[in-house]
Design a protein around this ligand. Structure first.
Ligand code: NDP
Length: 309
């Protein structure tokens, strides 16, 4: 029985080569050369069109190539009776933490102000605030959010986190569920979004959320485009409820040339680059689960369909 891979083109032939090396005893096929669909027992998929998996009647395991799984679960034909596993790895989370830390410092130390001042040849000294006076709220305390929150706390920021269920993280004040959301937001001046996209979190980056933060806050979102009510983000930036926003993932990617985000003052667009798993991470995570599957052992990092992540 064979494994079918449909991978991100950015990896070229490197990823399929690495998967073949990592699983030398497996029959690994790269889409569209699937051969007889009845041979396919395991699929590793980056992105797929609805119904993509329908021909594979003997499929038993599906693997994502990254952390987010929302796009699979949007497919009404996705075979939810089969296990879906995703990539979880500390180095993957560390890359995300680097991205968030870079932008936190950019906003905290007001680097945009100095860049603008230099353009005007202006010596524009600003009094700085110590990190301990800056409250950062991290939404999502999974593999990405927990490490990011810990690293921010280790730099001396006042860090709080919010998740669906209660968490305990050294140096981070944690809040949970709907009931804890308001308290989480009241002091949060830099809001970090590292949530998965689910029916509960869709549209969470809205004026209803920003209005509960102190005026002049900052948003850093590396979650999904579906988390945003785009018009509310633009309105919050225009009326000063937010003073800046850095956004990495969008409803439509690449962001269309005529999209207002490109020209909104205080808004920084990055091209879905906040974190990608390394080839080694993807291969280790996938090969580990394939070996467990072959040995009849419990799989790791299984998506909970009921929760949607
Ligand atoms: P995890 O599944 O490990 O963690 C998800 C976290 O979100 C958990 O802490 C979970 O709470 C919390 N959560 C889920 N639903 C809710 C809710 N309704 N209310 C409050 N908290 C909630 O995910 P990862 O950390 O691996 O990834 C998070 C997301 O980051 C991905 O889904 C993806 O969207 C994004 N991402 C973006 C990348 C990029 O390049 N832009 C790269 C990688 C990830 P609990 O702990 O209680 O279960």
């Amino acid at each position: 029985m064979a494994i079918l891979c449909l991978l991100h083109q950015a990896y070229g032939k490197k990823l399929i080569g690495a998967i073949r090396e990592g699983l030398p005893d497996e029959d690994i096929r790269e889409w569209p050369e699937a051969g007889n669909p009845d041979d396919i027992e395991i699929c590793m998929i980056f992105r797929m069109s609805p119904g993509f998996l329908a021909p594979y009647k003997n499929l038993k395991l599906i693997s994502a190539t990254g952390a987010g799984v929302d796009h699979y679960l949007l497919d009404p034909e996705f075979p939810r009776h089969l296990p879906l596993v995703r990539v979880v790895d500390e180095s993957f989370a560390a890359r995300m933490a680097d991205y968030v830390l870079s932008w936190v410092m950019f906003h905290h130390r007001d680097i945009a102000h100095y860049l603008d001042a230099q353009k005007r040849r202006e010596w524009a000294f600003k009094v700085m605030r110590p990190a301990s006076e800056v409250t950062i709220g991290v939404m999502g305390l999974g593999q990405m959010g927990a490490l990011t929150a810990k690293r921010l706390a280790s730099l001396g920021y006042d860090v709080r986190g919010w998740a669906r269920t209660p968490h305990e993280i050294d140096g981070v004040e944690c809040f949970a569920g709907e009931a804890g959301f308001g308290s989480f937001l009241t002091k949060t001046e830099i809001l970090i979004n590292l949530l998965p996209l689910t029916p509960e979190t869709r549209g969470i980056l809205s004026s209803g959320t920003f209005d509960r933060m102190p005026k002049g806050g900052v948003l850093i979102s590396a979650g999904r485009g579906g988390h945003m009510v785009e018009a509310d983000i633009i309105a919050a930036l225009n009326d000063g409820q937010l003073r800046a926003a850095t956004i990495d993932a969008f409803q439509k990617e690449p962001v269309p040339q005529d999209h207002p985000f490109w020209d909104t003052s205080g808004l920084y667009v990055t091209p879905h680059c906040s974190s990608t798993a390394s080839l080694e991470t993807i291969v280790d995570s996938f090969a580990g689960n394939v070996r467990r599957f072959r040995a009849g052992e419990p799989l790791l990092n299984i998506v909970d369909y009921a929760q949607g992540y």
